[in-house]
Write a protein that binds this ligand. Sequence first.
Ligand SMILES: [Zn+2]
Length: 262
Amino acid sequence: MGLNAPNSKHFCLYCECESNICWDMNLKWPINKNTQSKKKSELFPVIKQKNYIPDELHLLLRILDVLMECFFNDLFKKKEFERVIKSQIEQTMKSIQVHFEFFKSQGGKWDWTSLMEPDKKKVLQHFPVTNFISRRRGEDIQKLWRDFYDLYMFIRQTDLKDSEIDDFEIKVKEWIYLFCRPNQGQINSSSQVPGLYRKEDVTPYMHVFSQHIPEFLRILKEKNLSLQFFFASSIEKKNHNQVQLFFGGTTMGGEIKGKSVV
Ligand SMILES: [Zn+2]
């Protein structure tokens, strides 16, 4: 694919963003060839970068994996996790019709059932995070889950208006800022706002979601298309990061002769 490893400094197929600054939503990263990724040549060098459509299913699956891992990591630190919290979570999942179990992996670390898309959507929409993490932090984490569900459902719609895409872009960037919000205000004062997760926890998928999906939505809208046409979820379950679509002699950016990506 010509992709660098997700943990490499230049991780992105679409731009030259570096991993240590991908949390910063004040920076703008238009879709462009990642010239820093010289390690591998492109598999299909004649396909323009804008014609690799991000796979919305994998955005959902991988971003929710991170949200769940961050949430569980908070709970693993509690001494009553194994005795009390573990079964409470399993029961709560059952109450929203999701089969879910924790188990210990070989190294003795906690692992859990890997969920498929329909179950992940139920969890995002209905799991009561605030029952397990109290006060502002719990409320904010639950908001992260619910807001992510709304953003994800938005990109699945057809016939989007320009103003709706603009609004989505603002919301998805606010979502990233909430995800990695640092502590604010004086510690232990009533005005203190607790931080959520670390900037380093912002993943390449979150970067694509926030920086490139709005542009893809605009490009597709110009062509009277939507991401709905490219959903892999209804076609197949695959492990690739991207759905590659070959558009023959045309380009999607409105150009007739686009530069090739080589
Ligand atoms: Zn990028």
